[in-house]
Ligand binder design. Structure first.
Ligand SMILES: [Zn+2]
Length: 116
């Protein structure tokens, strides 16, 4: 099984985000819940190119999920690459669209030729 390689899950609220996501950094996150067996299920994959803490808070009012996981990335492009990897490992074939790169970049998906 592929792994998200993220910390958590943690409660998806402002207090917990501030406690856990303390660095201003690019990063990746997922939002989800636990099922009746206690397994974490995520239904949203996201990324932040500059500030993961702020990006998580942006989603609080828009996604009704109780839990999140995250990881920091060194660069924005790392966050994009990881988002693509997570998409291909966990989402492809579902209704979610392929991750989008910033319009000002020529980044390539590490797993497919979406941008060729
Ligand atoms: Zn791809």
């Amino acid at each position: 099984m592929p792994s998200l390689n993220m910390e958590g899950p943690y409660r998806f609220d402002i207090k917990t985000i501030n406690e856990k996501v303390t660095r201003v950094s690019p990063g990746n996150f997922v939002l989800g819940r636990k099922n009746e067996n206690g397994a974490f299920l995520f239904t949203y994959i996201g990324r932040a190119f500059t500030d993961l803490n702020s990006k998580l808070k942006f989603w609080i009012d828009k996604k009704d999920k109780p839990l999140f996981k995250f990881r920091y990335c060194v660069t924005a492009q790392d966050a994009f690459d990881n988002e693509c990897e997570n998409y291909h490992d966990f989402v492809k074939g579902g209704k979610a669209k392929h991750p989008r790169r910033p319009a000002s970049t020529d980044w390539q998906c590490p797993r497919c030729n979406f941008y060729n």
